[in-house]
Design a protein around this ligand. Sequence first.
Ligand SMILES: Nc1ncnc2c1ncn2[C@@H]1O[C@H](COP(=O)(O)OP(=O)(O)O)[C@@H](O)[C@H]1O
Ligand SMILES: [Mg+2]
Length: 280
Amino acid sequence: MNKVSSLKMPASDTPTPLLDVDGVSLEYRTPKRLVRATHRVSFAVHEADRFVLLGASGCGKSTLLKAAAGFIQPVEGEIRLDGQRVARPGPDRIVVFQEFDQLPPWKTVKENVIFPLLASRTLGRREAAERALHYLDKVGLSRFADAYPHTLSGGMKQRVAIARALAMQPRILLMDEPFAALDALTRRKMQEELLALWEEVRFTLLFVTHSIEEALIVGNRIGILSPHPGRVRAEINSHEFSLQSQGGTEFQLATQRIHRLLFDEEYPVSRQAEPARKIA
Ligand SMILES: Nc1ncnc2c1ncn2[C@@H]1O[C@H](COP(=O)(O)OP(=O)(O)O)[C@@H](O)[C@H]1O
Ligand SMILES: [Mg+2]
C-alpha cells in the first residue's frame, strides 16, 4: 500500500474479519411450527482468534456453527468468509463434533485422516498420507496410525477428529462442544493440548460450549448468548485466562460475571442488543 492510500484510511478502520456473522437469524421449519433458533446474531472472528460461543443448552450454538459451516442458510442476515457469502459447505470450514462416532469405524486412524484430503481432491495419495502422519504426530497419535477407532478411548478419538480437521488446513476450524462427553480429567488434558496445538499451528477457531470455565480457558474472546432464541448479550476478552488461572480470584470473578450475563432474568432486554460489553 502506498503512502497516499494509507493516509486515506480512517483511523477506526479494522481489517476485514475472516468470518463475519452479520445479523443472523436462523430458523427450523417443522411440520407443526417454526422454531427461531437465533435472533440477529452478530460477531466477527479474526485470523488466529479462538472465538468461543457460550450459551445454555438450546440457545442455538450448534445451529450457528452449522450455518457457518454452510449446512443451513440464515433467514435474515449473512455469514461471510473472507468477504464472500457462505452459501454451502466447503473444505475451508471443517467441523469437529462432540460425538465419538464421527470416525468411520472400518477405516484405520490414518485412513480416516487421509480420506477427506482425497475426497476433496486437496492432495494426491502420497502427499495425503504424509500430511495425515504429520498431524497425527501433532496430536500424539503416530503410534496408533494403523489402529481402528473402536480400539481408542474417547479422548483419542477426539484427537483423531482434530488431526483430520487440521490436516485439511481449513481457513477456520469449527468445534461443537468437542470435549463435553469426556470425563473431567481427560477434558482438561484435551483443553491443554488444543491450546498447545494452537500455539504451534495458529489456526483460527470458532468453539462452542455451554461451560463458562471452558470458554475462559479456550477462548481469547467470548460471545455470550442469551437463552432461546440466542442473541448476543455481550462479548468479552478472555485472553488473560488459561488452565493455570483456573481457581484464581480473577478467574472466579469473571466466571460469576459471565454467569450473571447468561442467566440474570433482570438483565434488561433493551441492553441485550448492545454490540459489545467488555467485562473481563
Ligand atoms: N432439526 C431441528 N428441528 C427443529 N428444531 C430444532 C432442530 N435442531 C435444533 N432445533 C431447535 O433449535 C434451538 C437451538 O438448537 P441448538 O442449536 O441445537 O442449540 P444448542 O447447540 O445451543 O444446544 C433449540 O430450541 C432446538 O430445539
Ligand atoms: Mg449444541
